[in-house]
Design a binder for this molecule. Structure first.
Ligand code: ATP
Ligand code: MG
Length: 723
C-alpha cells in the first residue's frame, strides 16, 4: 500500500507517533510542533493503512471550527469523504449521545440546552422563589459552585457539607436547581458532560456498545480536559480502547473551568505502557518569536520542561508599541493593518488578540472607520444577542412548552399586558404544584385571574399554540420566519430609536438566513428545529453572517488556542489587564496567565506586535497602567520598540525634540504625532495634542489649549512648537 501521502511531510518523531502500534499514546510537545497535524495524520493512517473503519474512531477537538477543519484535512489526505466519523468537542459529542439515548439518560426527547446566561437567570429566579436573602447569596457564586461540582462529577447527594451551614445551603440550591432543570427538560453545559458520563456508567449495554465501536479515541488539547471529561474518556476507553492524546502542559489555560493539567501524569498511570512521544521542532514561528515565547514561559516553575527549536528564519523583531490611550492603540493597529493589506496579504491572515472581550469595541470602531472587514469570535456572539435569544425563546417554547426560562423571557415581550404580579402568581402556582409555568399559566388563567389579565394570558398561550400549528410541517427557515412574524418582535424593536433597533431587526433577518443555510445532520435523530436550537446554543459565534468574507480576525487569547496567523497583534498588554488583576495575587493564577501569554505569542508565524496603552478607558473607567510584566520577560534583543516620532511640518526644533527624535525607533503613524505631546501655538498658547486625522497636506490635529480650549488645526499651517 502506498502510504506516502500520509507520512510525507512528517518528521521522524511525528512519523513515529502517527504509526505507533495500537497502544495508548501520549504526544506531549510545545506550541506549533505539529500535534494537531499528528492527530489528523494518525486518523488517516488508521483508516487507510490499519484498515480501521471511520466509524470506529472518535476524535475530540477544542472547538467546532477545529473539528470541521480536522474532518476536511483527513478527507483531503484520504481523498474520500469520511462520514460516520465522530468528531467534535466534548460537549458536542456528549450532546449527540444524549440525543440518541435520551430515554436511558432520563431526559425528555426534546430537551433543550441552556447557556450560561440562561443558567444565571434561572438561578436568580430560583433564589427569588425560595425567598433567599439576595444580599447573602450571590447568583454568580451559586452558578460557579454548581458548575464546579458538575465538572468534578458530583451530584448534590455526593457532596459533603463538611458541617458548614453555608455549604449546606449551596448544596440545597444545587438540588433545587436540578429539580427545575429536570422538570423543564433543560440541560446546561456542565450537565451535558456529567449526564453523558452517567449515561455510560449506568447502562452497561450502551457502554459495551460504544466500547466495541470506538476502538480509537483521539484527543487534541488534552491538557485542558477537566475531571468529568477525563472520566468519560476513560470509561469509554475501558481496557481495550486505544486513547491517543496530544497536548502541551504549557498551554493549559482553563484551570478556572476545572481543567487539570495533572491528567497528563494521570494518563500514564491509568494506561500503563503508554507510548510517550515528544516533538521538539516548531514549524510555525520565526526563531525570534519562538525564542521570545520560550523566554516568557521559562519563568513558570511548574512545568514538564520541553525544548523547542526551529530551523526556520530568524525573522523580524517583535514590535512593541506604547500607546497614549486605547484609541491611539487602535489607530496604530489599523494603520499597520492597512499597510499589510495594501501589500496584498489576506485580511484573514491577521489576528487581533486580547485578554478580555470588552477590549474589542474600540478596536472594532477603528476597523469600521477604516472600512476594514473584521469578524469577532466569541464576545457578544450572534446567538447570544438579546433579540436573537428572544426569537429563539419563541421557537423553543413551541418545541417544548415546559421550557420555563424561555417562557419567562417572552411571556411579556413584546409587552402584552402580562404584569409582574401575574407572572408572580404563575410562579407561585408552579412552585406549589411542581409544574411548569406554562401549565401554571393555563390553570390560573381559568381560575384566579381577573378578566383583563386572564385575557392577556390566554392570548399569549393561543399565540404560541397558533405558532406551533401554523409552522407544523414548514421548512426550518420558513418556520423561523413565520414565528418571528407572528411574535411581533420586529414591530417591538422598531420602537427602539436609531441604530440599535435597526441592528436588532437586521439580526432577526439574519436568523432566518442562518436557518436557511443550516444543514441538519442526517445522522442526528431529532427534528431540524431542535437541531437548530441545539446548534444555536452550542456553537454560538462560530457561524457568523459574514463568514465567507475575507476579514481580520478578532478574538480573546483563550479562543485563539490551536490557531495560527502570519500577523498577530497582542493588544492591551498592561499589568492589571494582562496579567489580569484577579490573578496576580496568587502564583498559580499568575502562572496560568503566563501560559496564556505563551499561547498568544506562539500564534504568530511571521510578525508579532505587542501594544499597550498608558491610559485606558474600560467599562467606563479610566485606568493608568504599567506595561505588562510579560513584555519585560522577553529579552531586549528580540524587541524593537516603536514610539511615534514627532515630526511636525517646519517645526522649531527644541533640544528635547531633537533628543526624542534621536531615541525613538521607527515611525508609526503617518503624521509622526504623539498623542499627549505638549505643544505651543503663537496665538492660542500652550496645549496638549488630543487627536489627529488625515494625511499629508490635509493632516489635522486636535489640541486642547490651556486658555483657548479645544481646537482642530491644519498641521501644515499651525506652526506648532513642541515643548
Ligand atoms: P498548538 O500547540 O498551537 O496547537 P500544534 O502542535 O498543534 O500547535 P500544528 O498546528 O499541528 O501544531 O502545526 C503547526 C504548523 O506547523 C502548521 O502550520 C503545520 O502545518 C506545520 N507543520 C507541522 N509539522 C510539520 C512538518 N513536519 N513539516 C512542515 N510543516 C509542519
Ligand atoms: Mg494544535
Amino acid at each position: 500500500m502506498d502510504v506516502t501521502p500520509i507520512l510525507d511531510s512528517l518528521n521522524d518523531a511525528q512519523r513515529q507517533a502517527v504509526t505507533s502500534p495500537s497502544e495508548p499514546a501520549l504526544v506531549i510537545a510545545g506550541a506549533g510542533s505539529g500535534k494537531t497535524r499528528v492527530l489528523v495524520h494518525r486518523a488517516a493512517w488508521l483508516i487507510e493503512v490499519e484498515g480501521i473503519s471511520p466509524q470506529c474512531l472518535l476524535a475530540v477537538t477544542f472547538t467546532n471550527k477545529a473539528a470541521a477543519e480536522m474532518r476536511s484535512r483527513i478527507e483531503s489526505l484520504l481523498n474520500v469523504p469520511v462520514q460516520h466519523l465522530w468528531i467534535g468537542t466534548f460537549h458536542g459529542l456528549a450532546h449527540r449521545m444524549l440525543r440518541r439515548h435520551w430515554r436511558e439518560a432520563s431526559l425528555p426527547q426534546n430537551f433543550q440546552i441552556i447557556d450560561s446566561d440562561d443558567q444565571l437567570r434561572l438561578i436568580k429566579r430560583l433564589l427569588k422563589n425560595l425567598e433567599a436573602d439576595d444580599s447573602r447569596w450571590v447568583p454568580r457564586e451559586i452558578q460557579w459552585f454548581i458548575n464546579a461540582q458538575k465538572d468534578e462529577g458530583l451530584r448534590p447527594q455526593h457532596i459533603d457539607d463538611e458541617g458548614d451551614p453555608n455549604r449546606r445551603q449551596m448544596i440545597s440550591f444545587y438540588r433545587s436547581y436540578e429539580e427545575i432543570c429536570q422538570r423543564g427538560g433543560l440541560v446546561d453545559f456542565a450537565e451535558l458532560l456529567l449526564r453523558a458520563h452517567e449515561l455510560l456508567r449506568d447502562n452497561a449495554g450502551l457502554l459495551e456498545h460504544y466500547r466495541r465501536r470506538f476502538q480509537h479515541l483521539l484527543v487534541d488539547e488534552f491538557q485542558d480536559t477537566n475531571a468529568i471529561q477525563y472520566a468519560w474518556l476513560r470509561l469509554l476507553a475501558g481496557s481495550r480502547g486505544v486513547p491517543f492524546v496530544v497536548g502541551d502542559d504549557d498551554q493549559s489555560i482553563y484551570r478556572w473551568r476545572g481543567a487539570r493539567v495533572e491528567h497528563i501524569h494521570r494518563f500514564q498511570k491509568d494506561f500503563p505502557g503508554t507510548n510517550v512521544v515528544k516533538l521538539e521542532q516548531n514549524y510555525r514561528s520565526t526563531e525570534t518569536i519562538l525564542n521570545a515565547a520560550n523566554a516568557v514561559i521559562a519563568n513558570n516553575s511548574s512545568r514538564m520542561g520541553k525544548n523547542l527549536w526551529t530551523d526556520g528564519a530568524t525573522g523580524e523583531a517583535i514590535k512593541v508599541y506604547s500607546a497614549y490611550n486605547e484609541r491611539d492603540e487602535a489607530d496604530f493597529i489599523v494603520g499597520r493593518l492597512r499597510d499589510w493589506i495594501a501589500q496584498g496579504h489576506a485580511r484573514a491572515d491577521a489576528a487581533l488578540l486580547y485578554r478580555s472581550n470588552a477590549q474589542s469595541r474600540v478596536l472594532e470602531e477603528g476597523l469600521i472607520n477604516a472600512r476594514i472587514p473584521y469578524r469577532v469570535y466569541g464576545g457578544l456572539r450572534f446567538f447570544e444577542r438579546a433579540e436573537i435569544k428572544d426569537a429563539l425563546a419563541y421557537l423553543r417554547l413551541i418545541s417544548n412548552r415546559d421550557d420555563d426560562s424561555s417562557f419567562e423571557r417572552i411571556v411579556n415581550k413584546p409587552t402584552r399586558g402580562i404584569g409582574a404580579r401575574t407572572v408572580e402568581m404563575m410562579r407561585a402556582y408552579a412552585r406549589a404544584n411542581a409544574c411548569s409555568l406554562w401549565r401554571a399559566a393555563g390553570a390560573i388563567a381559568s381560575d384566579d385571574l381577573n378578566g383583563r389579565a386572564a385575557n392577556a394570558v390566554n392570548a399569549f398561550m393561543s399565540l404560541i399554540e397558533r405558532m406551533a400549528r401554523e409552522t407544523n410541517g414548514l421548512d426550518l427557515h420558513d418556520k423561523v420566519d413565520h414565528v418571528i412574524h407572528l411574535s411581533s418582535l420586529v414591530e417591538f424593536f422598531r420602537k427602539d430609536k436609531g441604530e440599535k433597533g435597526e441592528t436588532r431587526i437586521e439580526n432577526l433577518a439574519e436568523l432566518v438566513s442562518a436557518a436557511k443555510s443550516f444543514e441538519p445532520d442526517p445522522a442526528e435523530e431529532m427534528s431540524p428545529l431542535d437541531e437548530f436550537l441545539s446548534h444555536a446554543a452550542l456553537e454560538a459565534g462560530e457561524g457568523q453572517a459574514d463568514a465567507w468574507e475575507d476579514c481580520v480576525q478578532l478574538m480573546t487569547m483563550h479562543s485563539a488556542k490551536g490557531l495560527e496567523f502570519p500577523l498577530v497583534f497582542m493588544c492591551g498588554m498592561e499589568d492589571g489587564l494582562f496579567p489580569h488583576q484577579r490573578s496576580v495575587a496568587d502564583s498559580q493564577g499568575l502562572e496560568e496567565e503566563r501560559r496564556l501569554c505563551y499561547v498568544g505569542i506562539t500564534r504568530a508565524m511571521q510578525t508579532l506586535y505587542i501594544t499597550h496603552a498608558e491610559q485606558r478607558r474600560l467599562h467606563g473607567m479610566d485606568n493608568f497602567a504599567q506595561p505588562s510584566r510579560f513584555i519585560a520577560e522577553i529579552p531586549d534583543e528580540f524587541i524593537e520598540e516603536i514610539r511615534p516620532r514627532v515630526q511636525v511640518s517646519r517645526p522649531v526644533r527644541s533640544p528635547r525634540q531633537a533628543q526624542y527624535a534621536h531615541t525613538a525607533g521607527g515611525n508609526d503613524n503617518e503624521l509622526g504625532i504623539r498623542l499627549g505631546q505638549r505643544v505651543c501655538h503663537k496665538k492660542f498658547g500652550d496645549g496638549v495634542i488630543l487627536n489627529y486625522e488625515g494625511q499629508g497636506a490635509h493632516a489635522r490635529v486636535e489640541v486642547n489649549f490651556e486658555n483657548a480650549g479645544t481646537k482642530w488645526l491644519v498641521l501644515s499651517y499651525a506652526n506648532l512648537e513642541l515643548m
